[in-house]
Design a protein around this ligand. Structure first.
Ligand SMILES: Nc1ncnc2c1ncn2[C@@H]1O[C@H](COP(=O)(O)OP(=O)(O)OP(=O)(O)O)[C@@H](O)[C@H]1O
Length: 253
């Protein structure tokens, strides 16, 4: 199995407090990998290191065998590491389509001009519509982003991420803060991305039951360390994982 991303002894400390300690993982190309663990385990920090928002205290990150440890977030996006946008990155007073079009423009490296040729603008919008369709949000294309429900905003973030056309997608708890009715639509979207089998997806999630059917591989972070990695079945049966979560709802079906 071909690996697309590797970390080597990845470690970060904040003011003497170790948040991640010597994390060694290998992420398989075109596979779906979930990262689970309790609050404060270091999951988001791990993503921040992969996307370049943070630099490690020690250790290295390799993407397609290239050492990217010191590269900026933009340089990593250009190489193919895409991090999901946060709701705060969305322009609230632009429409859904305009937000995605801006991501398409960013990907194409085109800056906005007042006299932008009409035909070119149409091409960008057509491309943006493709991503909106994929994110199951085309019916909201003319809605101002500010009026979307929380779940729809998360779908918009994913549409903007898809518009960057990166090979690796980093999704940080896309269902966080959603109402129960909204969760299935995001799971459906993630499942459809997985079904295309041409992307490598890394997903952070709190609960095992959410990702059991989606994941090829699961990484468990616990108290700053990689506690276990394996298939969902292996993780469910792993004694270390079971004892770490004894009494918690983490392994609940
Ligand atoms: N920039 C920072 N400065 C200081 N401490 C930080 C910083 N970023 C994260 N931490 C600390 O690192 C630890 C891990 O945080 P992180 O957000 O990565 O955990 P998490 O597993 O994503 O948790 P959650 O599931 O609650 O989102 C926490 O104790 C947090 O306070």
């Amino acid at each position: 199995m071909e690996s697309i991303l590797k970390t080597q002894n990845l470690t970060i400390t904040f003011g003497g407090h170790i948040v991640l300690k010597e994390i060694n993982v290998s992420i398989q190309r075109n596979r779906f990998t979930s990262i689970i663990g309790p609050n404060g385990a270091g999951k988001t920090t791990f993503f921040n290191l992969l996307s370049g928002q943070l630099k490690p205290t020690q250790g290295r990150i390799f993407f397609r065998d290239q050492d990217v440890t010191q590269l900026s977030p933009d340089a990593r996006t250009r190489l193919g590491i895409g991090r999901s946008f946060q709701i705060t990155d969305v322009f609230p007073h632009l429409t859904v389509l305009e937000n995605v079009r801006l991501a398409v423009q960013a990907r194409a490296g085109i800056h906005f001009h007042v006299f932008y040729p009409k035909q070119k603008m149409k091409e960008l919008e057509d491309k943006a519509m493709e991503w909106l369709k994929k994110a199951l949000l085309e019916h909201k294309k003319n809605e101002l982003a500010t009026y979307l429900t929380h779940g729809e905003k998360r779908k918009l973030e994913i549409a903007m991420l898809l518009a960057l056309e990166t090979e690796l997608l980093l999704l940080d708890e896309p269902t966080a803060g959603m109402s129960l009715e909204e969760v299935p639509m995001i799971l459906e979207l993630i499942q459809s991305l997985k079904d295309e089998q041409n992307r490598t997806i890394l997903l952070i999630e709190h609960k095992m039951d959410m990702i059991r059917n989606l994941s090829d591989q699961v990484l468990v972070l616990y108290q700053s360390e990689l506690l276990a990695q394996g298939t969902p079945e292996e993780i469910m049966q792993n004694e270390l994982v079971q004892s770490a979560y004894l009494g918690g709802d983490f392994l609940a079906p």
